[in-house]
Ligand binder design. Sequence first.
Ligand code: FUB
Ligand code: ZN
Length: 652
Amino acid sequence: MRMPILALFASGMLCFAQPSWREEGLLHLQKSPQARLHPVPVRAVQFQTGFWKTRQDVTIERSMPTLLELLEQNGIVDNFRRLARPDRQPPRRGPLYTDSDLYKWMEAAAWSLQVKPDPKLEATLDQLTDTILAAQEPSGYLNTWFVEERAPLRWQQQVSGHELYCLGHLLQAGIAYYRSTGKRKLLDGGIRFVEYLLRDFGPAPKRPLLTGHPELELALAELHRTTGDRRYLDLAAYLFSGIERERLKLRERDLVYLFSGKPFPERTRFEGHAVRALYAATGAADYVLETGDGAFRDTILRLWEDLALRKLYVTGGVGSRAAGETFGDPYELPNLQAYTESCAAIAGMLFNQRLLHLTGEAKYADLMERALYNGICSGMSSSGDLYCYRNPLAAPASDRIRNPWYTTTCCPPNLQRTFAALGAYFFSTSQDGVWVHFYDNATLDWKLESGTPLRLSIKTSMPWQGETEITVAPQKEEEFTLHLRIPSWSLSTSVEINGRRVGGPVRPNEYLAWKRLWRPGDRVRLVFDLTPRRVFANPRVAEDYGKAALQRGPFIYCLESTDNPGISVFEAALAGGSAIRSLPPAAAPAGAVRLQAGGLAYSPPLGQRPLYGFQPVTPLKPVTLTFIPYYAFHDRGPADYTVWLPCLNCGW
Ligand code: FUB
Ligand code: ZN
């Protein structure tokens, strides 16, 4: 009997092999020997109406187009175009690292094509590829700053020149575009530059090389995964080796600030420039995923402890000092002065993403979530066209934190590439099954590693309410393990499978691994505990001593003057015994659950009091305080806000 072709498809009897580029995950860890987990392709996940769909839509529909306009207006694309023109006009504009901003924008646009195919955007990317590659020299060298009168300076300023940083982002854009379209042109341009490096640079007698701003390391690891060419990973190993310290005459302070130039396993703590250090650690984690190198592995785990125990803001932000955009000392986590660059929070998430895929341990997903829902989410306004470079934990209304454009515009396209590809951060596969890391309305259309097609559909009221239902639909019944992340903040979680309560412990900050014969249409119901709670810092954090912040689900909250007329948010305290109420969503911040708690305000205002006295000054006037999720600070316009408040009778 002949079956119609559609019926053959539906029965799974007919399937055409997909080209390999379509199968590659956000990170292509399928062949990485040390990877326990494997990311899924971006195209495998579609968000449905909900928190992250709104953010992804605004990224693709508003943020990306408006940023491209700004990149054009500020001459960033012309910096390439001019190099193909005989008159070399117009003159180059912007700081020496602007090429990377266009590459990051292209990476975001490339990932977005997997979420929402767009022939016009694809044509724009093809044109930009031609524009960029027209500026590439026959040797493979490509950089719009070190040209013409500055050409003799090439490789003379490796500490600050960002030549390899820009190349790293070119490679990542090329890889993303290849994975989205199968087109290799941009990727091949990046490879030509890498081949030029391999010809001329390396251990003596070749010329020395240094990533003055680490980034290339992780791009090389991904290039190795994409091409199978081990030389690219070896180049990353050379950059981590620190053997060029003498030849490049690096000073001790360079080694600290750059987080580059000394043997990576000698690192004992995070220090120096936050983005540099975290990109270096991410690249080192990539190296461990490929090689299993024990010394590197010990080092990244040691660094993670330093980050998680001593240097991470409650919002997932990183980088305490504005001077040099650096890490601070242990527990140095100032709030008003927090630098917390959006790129650093993203880099922290990338570091944790690698560690999660190395180990399968929930504590890494926990920190990814902390950053994503707070210090990364805050980086882009709900309108999609204002961005934070800094994400402080308190600020006065006069601090213009959200801006459409920065001369150093690294953060906006970094946020875009994160949100455009975000679905692929939500799920992974492993030999034994599939993993759900975060919960939002989403569908995963992918396959088990046995090859069986699998659809997971999540319907949820998360992140605002805890009810979640997952429909599990393997194409045919199969035994595998469903790994469900139980978030650290959900202190009691109920789980049912096909209506039957799961016995045994369901522990926060672990994955619940459920192995069974899964049949198409099986249902898992989870109810997470979103009770709002006070959060306290380790008393060693002097700035937060005696204070509390509020958290509900993945969100950290802040007190903003917009919601608290007549109250100075910097002169209010939480009352320890008072209940914290969840308020129904208001028009703004759109859809967000706000919190209300009893508090006390100083009266008369502290500004009218002397600086010192023999009696402590305590706030006495009862007030009701209304909190919004931190990510929405300044989203409704300038306002005073703070995350941490003195907490009276809180047991301090
Ligand atoms: O160094 C230039 C930019 O500054 C980089 O892109 C980011 O790391 C930022 O900190
Ligand atoms: Zn940045």
